[in-house]
Design a protein around this ligand. Structure first.
Ligand SMILES: Nc1nc2c(c(=O)[nH]1)N[C@H]1C(S)=C(S)[C@@H](COP(=O)(O)OP(=O)(O)OC[C@H]3O[C@@H](n4cnc5c(N)ncnc54)[C@H](O)[C@@H]3O)O[C@H]1N2
Ligand code: MOO
Length: 390
């Protein structure tokens, strides 16, 4: 049995960043920017008014000063001439500030009669002008790698970058195995349950940026499993679920081996997740996840997510761990790292009392995995422990 750190190193060695493709900006959200891009324009491209009011020369902005309004500058329609002594231009937010003006007095501070305006007494000293290039200048970089958030998409749009170089989405085949499994929405037989893991893992992979191919459940026989593996051809990562342990019907290792799996490891010193396996199968990486629902999801968080991030070309592969104060004492841990389902509230963390790896209700109500190293001694209330947010 190898440690979690060794298994992580091994599993990350199985994959490398995927190729780059260009996608339209509309499809870029959630994708990983693969190469630096540069702003194709300056924003704002001109000194722009930030308020509705009157553009004039600041040196003349005295209480009761009188100006003649000589024209209008609106967003999209600048004023062509220039502003001279005693003159002002009616201006609206987003409009180019006309030549000769270096201040916009907001209309609330102005009284207008016909073409004449008089300034009030409490004029705001702000110039209400956004300088050209105040946001960014042509050539400014947007640095890769980065998962593109909605705000990034807005910035790329403003930079006039309409085709975005992103890393290919890793294609993940998810292959659940077991005679007991039926799909959600079907009616299980008396000895059957619903295949839940595939759906949880698919959501996890998609949230990380992968495209998922959810395969039909393979039955607990070599022929069915072999056929299912053929459906996983041309994918980047094959995730099997279940059939990983030592029972007579746990055939995943054997069938994958017959199909040419170059196994990197089998069994990791962790709880849950001991019977985890990984290797390369043809052109794809394969991770064999244990069948217990919580084990599959925890192994997904610890191993699958970093593997996908590496394929996506991201620098930060691991979900960062943090520390919190124990709300309740914990007994000594055994020889395997324990990823305890826990709840973090106001900096205090409390492990769930029931840690069986079949309990999805406990996982769903957890917001953290409290991480106990192998052979961690008993811990008292108030001790500082490590966790990973879920
Ligand atoms: N004698 C031993 N027995 C077991 C050991 C061991 O070391 N010696 N390890 C246990 C541990 S730890 C785990 S974890 C499980 C893992 O077993 P498998 O990966 O072979 O998983 P299965 O036996 O196929 O299923 C286990 C459990 O999970 C349910 N399951 C499976 N797939 C799904 C799915 N897609 N959705 C929902 N639930 C699923 C399945 O019905 C079983 O209840 O082995 C222990 N045994
Ligand atoms: O590893 Mo099993 O995953 O302990 O339940």
């Amino acid at each position: 049995m190898i440690s979690v750190a060794e298994a992580l190193e091994d599993v990350l060695r199985l994959v490398s960043p995927l190729d780059v493709e260009e996608v339209p900006l509309r499809d870029a959200a959630g994708r990983v920017l693969a190469r630096d891009v540069r702003a194709l324009r300056t924003q704002p491209p001109f000194a722009a008014s930030s308020m509705d009011g009157y553009a004039l020369n600041r040196a003349e902005a005295e209480p009761d000063a009188l100006f003649k309004v000589i024209g209008e500058a609106a967003a999209g329609h600048g004023f062509d001439g220039s502003v001279r002594a005693g003159q002002a231009v009616r201006i609206f937010t987003g409009a180019p500030v006309p030549d000769g003006a270096d201040m916009v007095v907001i209309q609330e501070d102005v009284t207008r009669r016909g073409n004449l305006i008089t300034l009030g007494h409490g004029i705001d000293q702000k110039d209400n002008i956004r300088p050209a290039g105040g946001d960014f200048s042509a050539g400014d970089p947007f640095t890769a790698p980065a998962v593109l958030r909605p705000s990034d998409v807005a910035l790329l749009a403003a930079m006039n970058v309409d085709k975005v170089p992103v890393t290919h989405k890793p294609v993940v085949a998810i292959l659940a195995t077991g005679d007991e499994l039926v799909q959600p929405g079907e009616t299980p037989g008396p000895d059957q349950i619903i295949a839940s893991n595939s759906y949880g893992l698919a959501a996890m992979c998609e949230e990380t940026g992968a495209a998922v191919r959810l395969l039909p459940v393979a039955r607990d026989n070599a022929a069915s499993l072999t056929q299912a593996f053929t459906l996983a051809r041309d994918t980047d990562l094959i995730l099997t679920i279940g059939g990983a342990s030592v029972g007579d019907h746990d055939l995943v290792g054997q069938v994958a081996g017959d199909l040419g799996l170059e196994q990197s490891f089998y069994k990791v010193a962790m709880r849950p997740g001991k019977p985890l396996m990984a290797g390369r199968l043809g052109d794809a990486a394969m991770i064999g996840l244990p069948g217990n629902p919580v084990s599959a999801m925890v192994c997904g968080a610890i191993f699958v997510t970093p593997v996908l991030r590496r394929m996506l070309g991201l620098e930060q592969l691991h979900t960062p761990t943090k520390t919190a104060v124990l709300a309740d004492p914990l007994p000594a841990n055994g020889p395997r790292a324990h990823y305890m389902r826990a709840r973090l509230t106001d900096g205090q963390i409390r492990a769930a009392t029931r840690q069986d790896s079949s309990l999805l209700t406990v996982l769903a109500s957890a917001n953290a995995l409290l991480i106990r190293p192998p052979d961690d001694p008993a811990r008292a209330k108030g001790d500082v422990v490590t966790y990973m947010a879920l």
